[in-house]
Design a protein around this ligand. Sequence first.
Ligand SMILES: [Zn+2]
Length: 504
Amino acid sequence: MALARSLGAVVSGVSGHLVQVEVDHSQGLPTVGLVGLPDASVIESKHRAKTAIVNSGLSWPKGRVTISLSPAELRKHGAGLDLAIAMGILGSTGQIDRELIANTVFLAELGLDGSLRSVPGALPCVIAAAQSGIKSVVLPLGNIAQCQIVPAACSVACSDLNHVIAYLRGEREPLPPGTARDPDFTDFFDLSDVMGQEEARWALEVAAVGRHNLSMIGSPGVGKTLLAQRISGILPPLTEDETLQATAIHAVASPLTCNNPITRPPFEAPHHSATMAALVGSVHGHRVTPGALTRAHHGVLFLDEAPEFSRNALEALRQPLESGQIALSRSSWTGLLPAKFQLILAANPCPCGNALTDSPKACGCASVALRKYTMQVSGPLRDRIDINILIPTFRGAGIGESSAVVRERVTAARELSAQRFRDFPWSTNSEVPPASLRVNFHPEAGGAELLNSYVGHSGGLRGSHRALRVAWSLADLAGHQRPTREDVALAIHLRNSEMAMASS
Ligand SMILES: [Zn+2]
């Protein structure tokens, strides 16, 4: 029998899928048939594989060769199947023991000289291998540093086809892996760069504890962008699982620049002129390019000058804010992309930006323009913001604490909430569903009383739930067992301070 099986993998969306490569050769005219929904780049694989095999001093079978890629209904794209196809050929001709290639995933593009070249999106494929119980993955050196963060799979790097054969036979060691760079906190802007703005800094800290969505309104130049850019530096590092997911997304989104594991919460700040495709993702052929919302998964999405974004762009945030996913539906690809992010909005108080400044630079905006500007961020979207703050023009001159000091407090508070939620399927205060909030996570009596009056006055039921979630973050920061009356009062203030100050 001249049938051999090897394993490769392809990316669909931002997830990897294992592909079984079956190779058979028989007598007949020398042709190569490739079946199983390959796209043009996979069809070209047979030419690369053939030349690489011959140039490596190995032999290509005479007669008819049939290569089948399964599952047959999954579309395959990219050059990453080259190595798996070549190994299948070598197995079918007995140049390598079929047993040696049966339980290893091969993932590389082949050069015509037999060398292994990096492929985009290798990490999601290695994660898929690990989830399927495959312990061994062979990769090019360029993909190895990132893929070694998957603890359940043994990823090794080889230089060329002959090296892969020698490694599988136990005759040669794999290449020494490059070391992934450790996360460096100094990469981030430091909070001590922001002068004054005590209340805004405090609001940022509370938002970081509970992963609360935050809106900041203030005149141009008061430091809204400076503050938002510094939130990554005060958030705790990603967990092992979050690191895998975030790195897999960035490996697909920017394969040329994403060489290291992403261990810090990603920070995405799309410009207000960004297209919908740049925000929610795009599909070219069968290749999905994740947009800014998906790249912000497990991190922060910052929209500066939020009212300048198109209404469609702002409304596109609603689905991921509710479900943590984006449904992308195009003719060649339909599926869900992950997009669970913390949203930070920043806006000027009016189109000219002077509404909050003292004369002589008085605001000259017409009331219609002002209304259109403030209504751009719709009510339903505004309703998903837990903390609204207004940043005063006077900044103060004090030098505040560094990001490291604040991060320590945020991490300690996060540990308290994680401990509290150990039996629940969520880990931060902003994620607690309303039913559980009422039953399991009510505040102290004084806080409950205040919250009830807030429901009746201005907050509404949804508003009171959001205030209670913020109150829990304040309680975690202060080390309280349950939110006190003061925690609830501060949370209501943080939820409404923008409106209260704007009307004063
Ligand atoms: Zn104005």
